[in-house]
Design a protein around this ligand. Structure first.
Ligand code: DAH
Length: 344
């Protein structure tokens, strides 16, 4: 029997040398290890042998079986690997595919730029609720219910008529000025803070109006804060933001939460003040509102009347981004059109 097994092994080794195809190896596996194989038939007779013979032949037979098995498997793997290498052939001269990378939305870029500039000037960044009480959005900053200034802004009300009647309405904030009193109730002067964020107005949209947009509020309060401080900070900020020296111009205006109140312009970022189509030949571009914080607002925040002075200002973020990147329609920002956003 030992001889027969040896013979099987020799035959196998001869045959496997000649194989080149996977199929031949599979056939070989059937021939040498299959149920009906000569080898298997032989092994069935093992049980009829004497214990001594069993001890000698058993392990040898197992070894041969194992050898045949591993040789066949190795042969199959080798052939498959060779086939795969052929399939996975890489043309190293083919031009590469451009990888599309994610990036920030232009408004995020502008907001980060603004935050960077203000933080280097010692400002803190505050956050406020987008859904807020009419109290913080209006009453607390000196715009009571019967005040005509309430009608200056078209408000999205999200509470019941009854709550509105009681003065307990909830609104989508119409301005980042809603942060002012909430911040002052939690902080004691002196401080400098900016509050960027999303605001909402129930307005018809066109190239320069959106129902959802972003504002930027700045608030500086202390013992000796004056309009001169505002002018300096504003001039420094806008010059850094646009990367060129700009001037600030104030025009008297009215906002209930400041006294005196201004609208402020910057010298035209395009022509530098000579007059061009960007600034309608005036040399100036209107940017936002500002003023010295009304003492009524300080009082509402819990500060002693007359103890502090401060300035506040607010402007639209989209407007600034439009000026910087020469974008002519505010609706593009929320259009979700990647042809627009991928340009930044
Ligand atoms: N909240 C005003 C608006 O949305 C802008 C504004 C004007 C903010 C004057 C201020 C300010 O802080 O002092 O129209």
């Amino acid at each position: 029997m030992l001889e027969k097994i040896k013979k099987i092994k020799e035959n196998f080794l001869e045959e496997i040398k000649k194989t080149t195809q996977e199929k031949e190896l599979v056939d070989l596996r059937v021939k040498y290890l299959g149920k009906k194989s000569e080898f298997n038939q032989l092994l069935k007779n093992l049980k009829n042998l004497s214990p001594e013979e069993k001890r000698e032949i058993g392990p040898f037979a197992n070894e041969v079986k194992k050898e045949i098995y591993t040789k066949i498997e190795a042969g199959i793997t080798k052939i498959e690997d060779a086939e795969n290498t052929e399939k996975e052939w890489i043309d190293v001269t083919a031009p590469g595919k451009k990888i599309r990378q994610g990036h920030l939305h232009p408004l995020s870029i502008v907001q980060r730029d603004i935050e960077d500039i203000f933080t280097t000037m010692g400002f803190e960044i505050a956050d406020g609720p987008e859904v807020d009480s009419e109290y913080y959005n209006f009453d607390a900053i000196n715009i009571p219910a019967d005040h005509p200034a309430r009608d200056m802004q078209d408000t999205f009300w999200i509470s019941k008529e009854a709550d509105r009647k009681k003065g307990e309405g909830i609104v989508l904030r119409t301005q980042t000025s809603n942060v002012q009193v909430q911040y002052m109730q939690k902080h004691k002067p002196p401080f400098r803070v900016i509050a960027p964020g999303r605001v909402f107005r129930s307005e018809a949209t066109d190239a320069s109006h959106e129902h959802t947009f972003h504002q930027f509020e700045a608030l500086v309060v202390g013992d000796n804060v004056s309009v001169a401080n505002f002018l300096y900070i504003a001039e420094t900020f806008f010059s850094k933001f646009f990367g060129k020296k700009l001037k600030i111009r104030l025009r008297p205006s009215y906002f209930p939460f400041v006294e005196p109140g201004f609208e402020f312009d910057i010298s035209c970022t395009n022509c530098g003040g000579k007059g061009c189509s960007t600034c309608s030949q005036t040399g100036w571009i209107e940017v936002g509102g500002a003023g010295m914080v009304h003492q009524n607002v300080f009082e509402t925040a819990g500060y002693e009347r007359g103890k502090y002075q401060g300035f506040a200002w607010g402007f639209g973020l989209e407007r600034l981004a439009m000026m910087k990147y020469k974008i002519n329609d505010i609706r593009l920002f929320h259009s979700g059109d990647v042809r627009f956003t991928k340009q930044f």
